[in-house]
Design a protein around this ligand. Structure first.
Ligand SMILES: [Zn+2]
Ligand SMILES: [Zn+2]
Length: 266
């Protein structure tokens, strides 16, 4: 079974279950390794509704270090940190001081709009879809340029509610981003949570996974679990997506060092 590198906890205030509950679920589902990547706290007042407070971070770190002593499944210490304009002020120092194994980089806002938030979904009706995707990938390009992150999370998140550019426009806007990722050794996450959303599709789409494979961009797998029952969800489908795009390897990570390993058989 593939490792699950995208797991939240109740500390982020929009997930259910403690570290131990996710670990037990991983054990039941036969996973050998998991990585917690809860939403990073932020002292600048960025999106406080969806993350732990700074003062809660030691609880997160300690809960993970306690569970690491329990044996298999192995547990990695990670975080999902958002890229946004000015994030470097806080993240550059803070990320490097925590001893993370894995830092997943995501974009959840375009010009202050939480485009994947169900409460702000109606705004899609009044924007230009292709322009919105273009802005999104410009932001992902800046994320990559910071070199603060190990992999991009849910690479085509704007499709969540079904709004998409044409394949031609998508390719034109994403290829420069993928080129930069390849140059920087940046990974890409195959995230199965899209199957649980209106779009009913893994992030990213087969077209993007194939373009990433052409560039040998290393991939990992994440359920984006916000409930223990999500751990390892639909990883058989993610494995199939990776294989069909041409991938034969994925990456595991320790202390932010990636190691490429063969994908399991179907
Ligand atoms: Zn979340
Ligand atoms: Zn997440």
């Amino acid at each position: 079974m593939l490792p699950d590198y995208h797991i939240h906890t109740a500390l982020c205030a929009h997930a259910e279950g403690e570290v131990g509950d996710y670990w037990s679920a991983a054990k039941r589902n036969g996973l050998a390794e998991i990585c917690f990547t809860d939403h990073a706290p932020n002292p600048d007042g960025y999106d406080p509704a969806h993350r732990m407070r700074m003062a809660e971070f030691p609880l997160y770190r300690n809960a993970i270090s306690d569970i690491q002593d329990k044996g298999d499944p192995r547990v990695l210490f990670g975080v999902e940190a958002d890229y946004y304009e000015g994030c470097e002020r806080f993240l550059t120092q803070w990320l490097s001081g925590q001893g993370f194994d894995f830092i997943l980089g995501s974009v959840h806002f375009i010009d202050g709009w939480g485009f994947d938030n169900p409460e702000e979904r109606h705004i899609w009706d009044s924007v230009d879809v292709t322009e919105t995707w273009r802005k999104y990938f410009e932001t992902i390009a800046r994320l990559v340029e910071t070199h603060l992150f190990d992999a991009v999370g849910h690479m085509d998140l704007p499709k969540k509610f079904g709004h998409r550019p044409s394949d031609k426009d998508l390719k034109e806007m994403i290829q420069p981003v993928l080129d930069r990722m390849a140059e920087g050794g940046m990974g890409m996450e195959l995230n199965t949570s899209g199957l649980r959303r209106p779009v009913r599709e893994i992030y990213p789409s087969p077209v993007i996974v194939a373009l990433a494979c052409e560039r040998a961009i290393p991939i990992c797998f994440g359920s984006d679990a916000h409930s223990p029952s999500d751990v390892g969800a639909d990883f058989d489908m993610a494995l199939k997506l990776a294989r069909e795009a041409g991938y034969t390897e994925f990456f595991r990570i320790r202390q932010r060092k990636k190691e490429r390993v063969p994908l399991p058989a179907f």
